[in-house]
Design a protein. Structure first.
Length: 304
């Protein structure tokens, strides 16, 4: 695998199968017809339609004959043995090895009942390549806005939306709103009045193909008085390549201390870990996490 380009090596290592299969085909510069002919000479008869469905993520190889054909395809594509067959055998749960949605949000499962009509597992059809979330704090220690920019890769054909969840730190009748979007538009919106949790479908400009990337950003704020806040966090239910969280403070309200924390996946032996963060002359502080495992990543500050 060391001779493969980084894009192909990453796809083969992380999956899913359709993305890795497509990346390997593109790297070799083969048409599906050429791949079909090569596979046939090695005893694997597969229709062009089946190869196309595998490549686009519309079908998954199943059964002994398909598994044999995938093994033959590995050789034809110059991949290491079992590179693709391992992905075929990998469990296809929407969130393999991840955390529950309630845990990622710091919510109770009952609070998600208000999200009727929204596919709460729909984000599993995308791989989160990076997120940069920036919170702007006011002179009265309140959270004025939270802006997020995401880069995602589609795991299958036809994915056209991301579901974002947002909630104030404290209760008290605050009304979070979606203020702005770029390269996406709001779809269904659901709220849980008791917890003030807000769920929003963000629909892309067009449906994605398997392996295709997409960049979009959006901003949450409040109607009326914003709440005072002392943390910023982001939860991921599956591995993410990069997470950046940044808090921007006002000169009239700068925290005396700022820490980072991480709550790992459910069932992990690790606990929450903290490390002090600097607040620079620009009045900002941040954390950057590369190759993030499932869990909750955040930063918390002390005003006094």
């Amino acid at each position: 695998m060391g001779t493969l380009p980084s894009e192909v090596a990453t796809a083969v290592r992380e999956g899913p199968f359709a993305v890795a299969f497509d990346a390997a085909i593109r790297h070799r510069g083969l048409s599906l017809e050429a791949l079909q002919r090569r596979m046939a000479t090695h005893g694997a008869q597969v229709s062009l339609a089946t190869l196309s469905y595998w490549r686009r993520g519309r079908r998954h190889p199943e059964g002994h004959r398909s598994l044999h054909a995938v093994g033959v395809a590995e050789g034809c594509l110059g991949l290491p043995a079992d590179a693709l067959t391992t992905l075929v055998a990998r469990p296809r749960s929407p969130w393999p090895g991840g955390v529950s949605l309630a845990s990622a949000l710091g919510s109770e499962p009952t609070e998600l009942a208000s999200c009727d009509g929204i596919d709460l597992d729909g984000n599993a059809r995308l791989t989160l390549a990076s997120v940069h979330q920036r919170a702007t704090l006011g002179p009265d220690r309140t959270e004025r806005s939270v802006r997020s920019e995401l880069v995602v890769t589609s795991r299958e054909d036809g994915v056209d939306r991301w579901v974002s969840f947002f909630r104030p730190q404290t209760g008290g009748g605050h009304q979070p709103v979606l203020r702005a979007t770029n390269c996406c538009r709001p779809g269904r919106v659901r709220r849980d009045p008791a917890s003030e949790l807000m769920a929003v479908e963000l629909r892309f400009d067009y449906p994605l193909r398997a392996g295709e990337t997409y960049v979009f950003d959006f901003e949450f704020g409040y109607e009326g008085a914003p709440p005072e806040t002392s943390y910023l966090q982001f939860g991921v239910r599956a591995p993410a390549r990069q997470i950046v969280l940044q808090a921007c403070f006002d000169a009239a309200a700068v925290p005396v201390r700022c820490y980072r924390y991480h709550r790992p996946r459910e069932g992990s032996t690790g606990g929450e870990r903290s490390r002090e963060l600097p607040v620079g002359p620009s009045l900002t502080s941040h954390i950057a996490v590369l190759d993030a495992e499932p869990g909750v990543y955040g930063m918390v500050w002390e005003w006094d």
